[in-house]
Design a protein around this ligand. Structure first.
Ligand SMILES: NC(=O)c1ccc[n+]([C@@H]2O[C@H](COP(=O)([O-])OP(=O)(O)OC[C@H]3O[C@@H](n4cnc5c(N)ncnc54)[C@H](OP(=O)(O)O)[C@@H]3O)[C@@H](O)[C@H]2O)c1
Length: 218
């Protein structure tokens, strides 16, 4: 299976690349800096140079090539409203267009729980982030592509436990980036999961079982 990851140098993206390579997949993705491209080369992953805010959808489609799946796990990471709109919002719309140009039908988007940390009143910038993420979800659900939206809870840098809680509605708690990546890899390899928004947090169900339990036409 050939997968292209937008955000491949990031926390979730790099762990996902590792998971997919371990399965014997062909993995490439978008990077902004030549040194990231070099570092990925050593792991068997192809990094394609480009900035999501500057590249056109047609140019991005050329970098994606004839892939089986496109994953979007990029994000502005709290660097400001403008960057959030450009990357988490417009970037997803551009990636959807690029997927169409490239003939890639399967598209997995890493999104966020709409209620994430809302009780903390984190301010206008965070409210904007949540609104932009929701708009991107809407764009993908209306794209006509074979889509999956994964909404992880708060992301932690800790070892994966190999077990999760996954479903259409989960409590907003926390989860390791490693378990998010392992779940995404399993979802990409389960073609019966399509057109579904799934929320993900730490839990007790082994990842392959959690994914299988969400197949609707078993
Ligand atoms: N943090 C949380 O608790 C949380 C919770 C739920 C969902 N999420 C979402 O989960 C996703 C993955 O999170 P993460 O922590 O893995 O993200 P991350 O480590 O911040 O990685 C984001 C990646 O996006 C890339 N990127 C940013 N702007 C770009 C641009 N203009 N062109 C190309 N690439 C660009 C970054 O590239 P560089 O390496 O060049 O900077 C980076 O590799 C994000 O969409 C985030 O919104 C986060």
């Amino acid at each position: 299976m050939k997968t292209f990851i937008i955000g491949i140098a990031g926390g979730v993206g790099s762990l996902l690349a590792r998971e997919l390579i371990a399965r014997g997949d062909d993995v490439s993705g978008l990077v902004r800096r030549p040194e990231q491209q070099e570092a990925l080369g050593g792991t068997g992953v192809r990094g394609e140079l480009g900035d999501l805010t500057e590249i056109s959808a047609a140019e991005l489609a050329k970098l994606i090539g004839p892939a089986d799946a496109l994953v979007f796990s990029a994000g502005a990471g709290g660097t400001g409203k403008e960057a959030t709109t450009a990357i988490d919002g417009d970037g997803v719309v551009k990636a959807i267009e690029a997927a169409r140009f490239a003939g890639v039908t399967r598209f997995a988007l890493v999104s966020v729980f709409p209620e994430a940390w809302r009780e903390r009143n984190l301010g206008e910038q965070f409210d904007h982030y949540i609104a932009v993420k929701k708009s991107a979800d809407i764009a993908l659900t209306q794209s006509g592509l074979d889509w999956i939206i994964l909404r992880p809870a708060v992301l932690l840098n800790r070892p994966g436990q190999g077990t999760v809680a996954l479903g259409p509605a989960q409590r907003h708690e926390e989860i390791s980036r490693a378990d998010v990546a392992a779940t995404l890899a399993e979802l990409l390899h389960e073609p019966r999961i399509t057109g579904q928004i799934l929320e993900l947090t730490a839990g007790d169900t082994p990842i392959p079982d959690a994914v299988r339990a969400n197949v609707r036409d078993r």
